[in-house]
Design a protein around this ligand. Structure first.
Ligand SMILES: N[C@@H](CCC[C@H](N)C(=O)O)C(=O)O
Length: 257
C-alpha cells in the first residue's frame, strides 16, 4: 500500500499525519500504525494522526499512540493537525475541529498554534501528587531533582501501579519561577519519555495553580523539546477557557511503501 504522509513536530512531540479525507487508510490495522511509528522499521513518531472530513466542523482528528492503538486527546497533535489543515487549504487562520474528546478551536499564525482545550471538571490533589484529565489522564508530581529523575522507570511504575490497565501519563515537575515550570513526561501508549506532551503541560499548569504553587493564570512550561504556554480561568471546582499555545512545524513529506 503506497500513500503520502507528512511528518510534524510540536516541541519535539512528533507525529506522522495523513490526509484521510478519502478514507483510504485501513484504520483497524494497528500493526501498520505501530510499524509507521517505529523509529527503526518505519518513519518514526510518538503518534499518528488522520485528518478526515466532518459533517459540520472543518475536519475530524483521529489519534493513535505509537503502540498502534487509538487513544484519548493529544494536545501537541491537535496543534500539529491544525497547522496541517491550513497547509492543505482547508482553513485559513482559525478552525473548529472534532477530536475524540469533543470540539476544539485553534488559531494558526505561521508556525505558532493556539489550541482551545476542553474544560477541566475537577482536580484531585493528594499528598504526593495531583491527578486530572485534560482530554487525557495525567499524574502530576513535583520533584526536587528533575534532571536526575529516571522518567522511564519511575513513570512506568506509577503508570502501572497506581493507574492499572488503563494507565495514565506521568509528569514530573520542577518550579523555576513564579509562573515557570520544567516538565518531563512519561507517555502512556508510547511507553517512554517523550520530548513534550501538550495535555501533560496543560495538566501541570492547572495542577500548579490548584496547589497554590502559582497565582498566575498564564504559565510557561519548559519541556526537553521546547517551550509552551498555557492559560486558563478558574470556574468553580474546575477550569474553563483553557488554551495550549506554542510552535508546530511540518518537517518533511514522504511516500509510505
Ligand atoms: N502527546 C500527547 C498525549 C497523547 C495521549 C497520551 N499518550 C495518552 O494515551 O493518554 C499530547 O501532546 O497531549
Amino acid at each position: 500500500m503506497e500513500f503520502t504522509f507528512y511528518k510534524y513536530q510540536g516541541t519535539g512531540n512528533d507525529f506522522v499525519i495523513i490526509d484521510n479525507r478519502e478514507l483510504f487508510f485501513p484504520k483497524e490495522n494497528t500493526a501498520l500504525v505501530a510499524k509507521i511509528c517505529d523509529r527503526r522499521f518505519g518513519v518514526g513518531a510518538d503518534g499518528l494522526l488522520l485528518l478526515e472530513k466532518h459533517h459540520s466542523a472543518d475536519f475530524r482528528m483521529v489519534y493513535y499512540n505509537s503502540d498502534g492503538n487509538l487513544s484519548s486527546m493529544c494536545g501537541n497533535g491537535g496543534r500539529c493537525i491544525s497547522h496541517f489543515a491550513k497547509f492543505l487549504g482547508i482553513i485559513s487562520e482559525k478552525t473548529t475541529f472534532e477530536a475524540v474528546d469533543g470540539m476544539h478551536e485553534a488559531t494558526v499564525e505561521k508556525d505558532w498554534v493556539s489550541l482551545k482545550m476542553n474544560d477541566v471538571e475537577k482536580v484531585n490533589v493528594s499528598k504526593n501528587y495531583t491527578f486530572l484529565n485534560t482530554g487525557s489522564p495525567h499524574h502530576v508530581e513535583l520533584v526536587s531533582d528533575l534532571k536526575d529523575v529516571d522518567v522511564f522507570t519511575s513513570g512506568r511504575n506509577i503508570r502501572n501501579k497506581i493507574y492499572g490497565k488503563e494507565g495514565a501519563n506521568v509528569n514530573f515537575v520542577a518550579q523555576n519561577d513564579d509562573a515557570v515550570f520544567s516538565v518531563r513526561t512519561y507517555e502512556r501508549g508510547v511507553e517512554d519519555e517523550t520530548l513534550s506532551c501538550g495535555t501533560g503541560v496543560t495538566a501541570v499548569a492547572i495542577a500548579m495553580f490548584e496547589m497554590g504553587k502559582t497565582s498566575e493564570n498564564k504559565v510557561t512550561l519548559k519541556t526537553p523539546g521546547g517551550q509552551l504556554q498555557v492559560r486558563f480561568e478558574k470556574d468553580g471546582l474546575g477550569y474553563k477557557n483553557v488554551f495550549l499555545e506554542g510552535p508546530a512545524k511540518q518537517v518533511f513529506k514522504g511516500i509510505w511503501k
